[in-house]
Design a protein around this ligand. Structure first.
Ligand code: CUA
Length: 324
């Protein structure tokens, strides 16, 4: 058991069956679910009553001559129990398929955000060159098209409040879109088992107003970190860049070594060599994690080259130094 606190789950509560419907398409999913659920319950009850009645009515007794009649066929009955389910199934198919098309084909005016899944983080690339990790920031009342791919194994992007879920597949692009009806923070899960860190591969969709979104696009660039002391910047990046999915700060082991007390320690590598954990080693472990892997851990960390600038790397090193 680890004592690392789990990230708070940000699912907005709704009715009995579903969390609150936040996207414009969510009600379609809920409606068809409820239709199928209630149709199944009603048909099940009718069938059970009819079967029970027939069991009683046609039970074998000396007076009951029905069993001797050898009835083998009834055209009216056969047509009835073929046509009714057929109509029902075709109706559900039409409803489901037209809803599927609506959910799959984004409106022409949708703005595009690229999503990259890798073990174990979500990376988002915005049209203006911004990047964010673990947090997808989108404007409210605006159709957003996600073009998604994976760098390693199958992942699945799932936002329960949006009823949006689709796999991310290596070497190909999958698409999905949504339009949020209100502002707020909503949980992203990975819904495809992808290895040790799967259950920690979470993120947040932050739905903001259009003006807040423009402000965020400006402020979240590299300039935003200027003026923040390095160790505080590092502490912020620890969660915003997703380091927390695999590294604890309290000494408990996760997918990767804990950062607590790591600075200045001597690590044994998988090769048997030893290495002192200093600034250079930490830097190398961020940009090229497979270069020197600590014994007892898998070489699964994605390289952060290009995802962290020099000041951010320095910030993380200073933060790690403080974790004694
Ligand atoms: Cu990514 Cu499970």
């Amino acid at each position: 058991m680890t004592n690392t606190p789990k990230a708070e789950i940000l699912i907005s509560k709704g009715g009995f069956w579903f969390p609150e419907a936040i996207s414009t398409q969510a009600h379609q999913v809920d409606q068809i679910f409820h239709f199928i659920l209630w149709a199944s319950i009603i048909l099940f009850l009718i069938l059970t009553v009819v079967v029970g009645y027939f069991l009683y009515k046609y039970k074998r007794t000396p007076e009951n001559t029905y069993a001797k009649k050898h009835v083998t066929h009834n055209n009216v009955l056969e047509i009835t129990w073929t046509v009714i389910p057929l109509v029902l199934v075709l109706f559900i198919f039409y409803w489901g398929y037209s809803g599927y098309l609506k959910m799959t084909i984004p409106p022409a005016n949708a703005s595009e955000i690229r999503v990259t899944g890798r073990k174990w983080m979500w990376q988002f690339d915005y049209p203006n060159g911004n990047k964010s990790i673990g947090e997808l920031v989108v404007p409210v009342h605006t159709p957003i098209r996600l073009v998604m791919s994976s760098e390693d194994v199958l992942h699945s992007f799932f936002v329960p409040n949006f009823r949006v879920k689709r796999d991310l597949v290596p070497n190909r692009y999958t698409r999905i879109w949504f339009e949020a009806k209100r502002t707020g923070n909503f949980q992203i899960f990975c819904a495809e088992f992808c290895g040790d860190g799967h259950s920690d591969m979470m993120g947040v969709v932050r739905v903001v107003t259009a003006s807040e979104y423009q402000k965020w696009l400006k402020e979240s660039g590299a300039a935003a970190s200027e003026g923040v002391p390095l160790d505080q910047l590092g502490e912020k990046l620890y969660t915003s860049k997703g380091c927390n999915a695999c590294h604890s700060t309290d000494g408990s082991a996760k997918v990767g070594p804990s950062w607590k007390g790591i600075y200045g320690a001597t690590h044994t590598l998988a090769s048997g060599q030893t290495v002192k954990v200093d600034d250079n080693y930490i830097r190398e472990s961020m940009v090229d994690p497979k270069a020197k892997v600590t014994a007892g851990f898998q070489p699964v960390m994605p390289p952060f080259a290009g995802l962290l600038n020099d000041r951010e790397i320095a910030g993380l090193i200073e933060y790690i130094k403080k974790l004694k």
